[in-house]
Ligand binder design. Structure first.
Ligand code: NAP
Length: 309
């Protein structure tokens, strides 16, 4: 039996594994997407101590660090089921294999939100994607639209504008939620058109995307010719496994955790974007901090369970 089972291989999960290993806890880290949402960050300029690093490179560093401990076992697999057993928890993977641990850390992250407009499903993968920073490089010299007004959209539009001929940033309001750093950078780019106070209502195309339709005309037309559409309207927390085991959610649907990252179920901790912690501020630094606190909670939980045995 492992001391701790960690589900999720993003910044939160890997940091939990590093801290758990230093507490000498026998650790299993399991996940489907190695690197998590961190892979989508083209340029990370707010990881303290490093002026700039690419998201995939930062995640590779996290992974190498976790793998440097003999206490850590890593497994790439989908967890289908999580259940309470005597003395801990059991995970069942898609393959039917199982793993058991005394405690559990849910670092399950989040999934990109869909817009639900006409043409979105039809052209998904044919010009419609949900990660501007990952896919922008396929649109060199082309015209793209980025939808949204948060960090993902504004950073994504700035990255896309480095390679695309033209970028339309379509946002339903005139103010952005994004870091002023990215907003300022985007506004200085000559090939970016701000299509503000407008909603995307339809994605147009034949075999692939050819344009978008918006709810109010922009420069005289309610249609914009584009080759690609990046929908960046935020993410929803991945809480299915937490719900399965009985963890309470907050009013916004995130895993409810206390100051020690403990969920409502004894022995189950949370960390990262799936949780209510850090004021829902999804950053590398908050995910890593929460991962450290969760591993510390696991250590205390195991120690007190041992003391009471
Ligand atoms: P977000 O901050 O939730 O922003 C989502 C944006 O999409 C908002 O501007 C919102 O408009 C818009 N939106 C939402 N639903 C919409 C709809 N149905 N139709 C049209 N527009 C819609 O999401 P995010 O940008 O993905 O960021 C998520 C988290 O990750 C944040 O904590 C962010 O700081 C973090 N993140 C950080 C970085 C970075 O530090 N560089 C990069 C990426 C993400 P309104 O503004 O009108 O609500």
């Amino acid at each position: 039996m492992f001391d701790v089972l960690i589900i999720g291989m993003g910044a939160a999960g890997y940091t939990s594994a590093i801290y758990a290993a230093r507490y000498k806890l026998k650790t299993l880290i399991v996940g489907l997407e190695d690197g998590g949402m961190g892979l989508t960050a083209a340029e990370v300029g707010n990881w303290p101590g490093t002026i700039e690093i690419k998201g995939p490179d930062l995640m590779e560093n996290f992974k190498k660090h976790a793998q440097s401990f003999e206490e850590v076992t890593q497994k790439v697999a989908r967890v289908e089921k999580v259940e309470k057993i005597a003395g801990g928890f059991r995970l069942t993977f898609q393959s039917g294999e199982t793993a058991e641990g005394k405690t559990l850390i849910l670092a399950t992250g989040s999934q990109k939100r869909h817009l639900g407009v006409k043409g979105e499903t039809e052209f998904s993968g044919k010009g419609v994607t949900y990660c501007a920073t990952c896919d922008a490089f396929f649109y060199r010299g082309k015209t793209v639209a980025v939808i949204g007004g948060g960090d993902s959209a504004v950073e994504g539009a700035a990255i896309a504008a480095q390679v695309a001929a033209k970028v339309y940033l379509v946002h339903r309001r005139s103010a952005f939620r994004a870091e002023p750093y990215w907003e300022e950078r985007l506004k200085s780019m000559k090939n970016v058109m701000f299509v503000l106070e407008r909603n995307l209502v339809e994605i147009l195309g034949d075999a692939k995307v050819t344009g978008i339709r918006i709810d109010k005309p922009f420069e005289g037309s309610d249609q914009l010719a584009v080759d690609g559409v990046f929908i960046e309207i935020g993410s929803d927390p991945s809480v299915d496994l937490g719900v399965q085991i009985g963890c309470a959610l907050d009013e916004r649907g995130f895993l409810k955790v206390d100051d020690g990252m403990a969920t409502s179920v004894a022995g189950v901790f949370g960390a990262g974007d799936a949780t209510s912690a850090s004021n829902h501020f999804a950053q590398f630094v908050t995910a890593a901090g929460e991962g450290a606190v969760a591993a510390n909670g696991v250590f205390s939980f195991i120690q007190s369970a041992g003391a009471n045995a």
